[in-house]
Design a protein around this ligand. Structure first.
Ligand code: PMP
Length: 393
């Protein structure tokens, strides 16, 4: 079977060939001089990615985004405290489920309808009603492709004692995050999305306030492997160009992350975020051109990394995805339970370019028309082209 397929799901994404090649650099010991220097550079660049410097601590673990969610929350738990989970979709709900296994009282503020984000005013009220030790939020909820305004939320949470923990699995390196300016205490992500590295790395960033909390909680409720007090020492050592061992780091993936970060900074962070914004706008415009509806209720909260689209009535998701596959494009199905079978999702993050966006929109047009949807061939693509031209892409 041909391997020339366009993977257009919201993670794992397509990867730059140079990143994939870097994974097979050879046999490197995790204590070798060359790896130590690569890892040290990775840690420095990770700080730049979120616009933070000394005092903030990036941590790279072998694991997926869910491990980052668990390590990034459980380490900070004080028994019996209140935790507020803001849920804009499936991954907010996952965070609530995860935290309910720990000795805390979990309150969840949920969206009323898919495609919304929780209003920051509701969160401000909640924080006035009760004292919370932790507030968690998903920056981009991949299930419905909405983006929460973290900058505004940070202003609200910083008036309280609570730590603000942001799930950035579907946003880091694709959406701007100014960790210090926005008052965020923990950001967590996985490697396989906008970071542009195959699945297998969980990455966390801790603020000085989070590190301080850690000295109080001593990672008491976090299992052995996820004990961040141990990992901080390891990261400190690598940052200072000295190897250290707690558990074997994912050497090859970290080399891949190094290559990807090089590409990210070659492009420039501002350019990178603008490119993601432009490509997502071009994609949404194509979707509107086809007369389809987005899940995101408002363009202002539509994510730059992923887009969720309602299928026309009477078109079955399975058949649509198969028609897309027949045209060598892989899209994802729905994920948000109440509307799961009614929509599909397209990821546009990492090394995705204008040609990929045009190909996906063009394939959607042909697939839908084949399935009996009435639209004029080219209506979506021409709208996409207009936006790409406006952004000079
Ligand atoms: N949070 C968000 C926002 C995600 O999109 C995902 C994965 N789709 C996760 C957490 C969980 O990550 P993983 O599948 O890598 O464990």
């Amino acid at each position: 079977m041909s391997e020339r397929r366009l993977l257009a799901i919201p993670g794992p994404t397509i990867f730059d060939p140079s990143v994939l090649r870097s994974l097979s650099l050879g046999h490197l010991s995790h204590t070798s001089k060359s790896f130590v220097s690569i890892f040290s550079d990775v840690l420095t660049k990770l700080k730049e990615l979120l616009y933070v410097d000394d005092g903030y601590k990036p941590i790279v673990l072998a694991g997926s985004g869910t491990l980052a969610m668990e390590a990034g929350t459980s380490n900070f738990i004080r028994k019996g405290e209140n935790v507020l989970v803001i849920s804009n979709g499936v991954f907010g709900d996952r965070m609530a489920e995860l935290l309910s296994r720990y000795p805390v009282n979990v309150d969840v503020v949920r969206i009323k309808e898919p495609g919304e984000v929780v209003d920051n005013k509701r969160i401000a009220e909640k924080l006035e009603e009760k004292e919370y030790g932790i507030v968690t939020v998903t920056h981009v909820d991949t299930s419905t492709s909405v983006r929460h305004d973290i900058k505004e939320l940070g202003k609200i949470v910083s008036q309280h004692e609570a730590l603000l923990i942001v799930d950035g699995v579907c946003s880091v390196a694709g959406e701007e995050i100014r960790m210090e300016d926005w008052g965020i205490d923990v950001v967590l992500t996985g490697s396989q999305k906008a970071l542009g590295v195959p699945p297998g790395l969980a990455v966390l960033w801790l603020s000085p306030k989070a590190i301080n909390r850690l000295s109080e909680t001593q990672s008491k409720y976090s299992p052995y492997y996820m004990d961040l007090t141990k990992w901080i020492e390891i990261m400190n050592s690598y940052e200072n160009l000295k190897a250290a061992y707690f558990a074997t780091p994912a050497v090859n993936l970290i080399i891949g992350l190094h290559k990807s970060l090089e590409l990210i900074f070659e492009e420039g962070l501002g350019n990178r975020f603008r490119r993601h914004e432009a490509l997502s706008k071009a994609f949404r415009s194509g979707i509107h051109g086809l007369g389809l509806r987005l899940i995101a209720k408002d363009d202002k909260i539509a994510a730059s990394t992923v887009t969720a689209v309602y299928l026309p009535e009477k078109i079955e998701l399975g058949k649509f995805r198969q028609e897309m596959l027949d045209r060598n494009v892989v899209v994802a199905g729905g994920l948000y339970p109440p509307i799961k079978s009614k929509y599909f999702r397209v990821g546009h993050m990492g090394p995705v370019n204008a040609n990929d966006i045009i190909s996906v929109v063009a394939a959607i047009e042909r697939a839908l028309i084949k399935l009996g949807y009435e639209a004029r061939l080219g209506n979506g693509v021409s709208r996409t082209q207009e936006v790409l031209k406006a952004f000079d892409l």
